[in-house]
Write a protein that binds this ligand. Structure first.
Ligand code: ADP
Length: 258
């Protein structure tokens, strides 16, 4: 008695002929679930040894008397790469989780102003020089899962900081437009060549791999943003001009309850 999901699509040809396609999606969904479980398990299993490696390297680095100074740089490299891997596994696990069944999602009316103030504090610890210009033109709340929304907005804001000079202004606006609520994140950074735009939100897609590795990204940030947008019925728009800057916009439906 397994539940089956059948997709029908009808294609018509001239002369009244019809072709009906029937696709059994049960198998696809099962495979997709297996893929997610596997990725989740692998990521989880890799975390434990990595924690041990980082822990020991940090302890050694904290006690310079323990090692020959020629080992300083290699040890720092090990620590740095272990940190990168930890960030990668964290993003992979998070993406895997939010791609899962919607039942884990907790929807509430989120005060975007509050979220942005919290985020500004976090950005301050990572980029102390950075000025964020917050323009809150509406107090409207958005129906969302707070953690998912926070992860999407923080990826956009941290990217805006990463891909522009320290003194470059990052402007974040929250406003109402008709029956929509709009969040935009604008930077005056390096911008993106239009050829990259169609693939930008794919997992691990990066405009410049070597540069992105230096800036410490995981290549999963925009895939997370895209996924959160889709699961919240929001649209993601990217406007960018090379050498001028980029604006990433999330457009949400108004929930009508506030
Ligand atoms: P990453 O971890 O590499 O930042 P993302 O998925 O967040 O991964 O972004 C994918 C790529 O898109 C980045 O590597 C970068 O090349 C480009 N990108 C994202 N945001 C910006 C931005 N604000 N300005 C310029 N390039 C950007």
């Amino acid at each position: 008695g397994q539940e089956r999901f059948l997709l029908f699509s009808v294609t018509s040809f001239g002369g009244g002929d019809r072709l009906v396609f029937v696709r059994d999606t049960t198998r696809e969904e099962r495979l997709e679930q297996m893929r997610r479980d596997f990725l989740g398990n692998v990521s989880h299993e890799l975390r434990t040894p990595l924690t041990v490696i980082s822990g020991y390297v940090d302890t050694i680095l904290g006690n310079p008397g323990l090692f020959n100074e020629r080992l300083q740089r290699p040890l720092q490299q090990i620590a740095q790469q272990a940190q990168r891997m930890e960030a990668l596994l964290k993003d992979l696990l998070w993406l895997n989780r939010i791609e899962g069944p919607a039942s884990g999602r907790h929807l509430e009316l989120v005060d975007m102003g509050g979220l942005l103030h919290e985020l500004r504090e976090e950005v301050r610890t990572i980029h102390p020089q950075r000025q964020l210009d917050l323009q809150l033109d509406t107090t409207d709340k958005v129906l969302a899962d707070y953690r998912e929304l926070y992860s999407a907005v923080s990826n956009l804001v941290l990217n805006a900081c990463k891909y522009s000079a320290d003194e470059g202004l990052v402007t974040i606006k929250w406003h109402r437009s008709g029956d929509k609520l709009v969040l935009s994140v604008e930077d005056r950074g390096e911008g993106i060549d239009p050829v990259h735009l169609p693939r930008l939100t794919e997992r691990f897609y990066r405009v410049d791999n070597s540069r992105s590795s230096r800036t410490g990204g995981t290549g999963l940030g925009l895939a997370i943003v895209k996924h959160v947008a889709a699961s919240h019925n929001a649209e993601l728009h990217i406007d960018s001009t090379l050498g001028v800057g980029s604006t990433f916009t999330l457009i949400f439906p108004r929930s009508g309850t506030d």
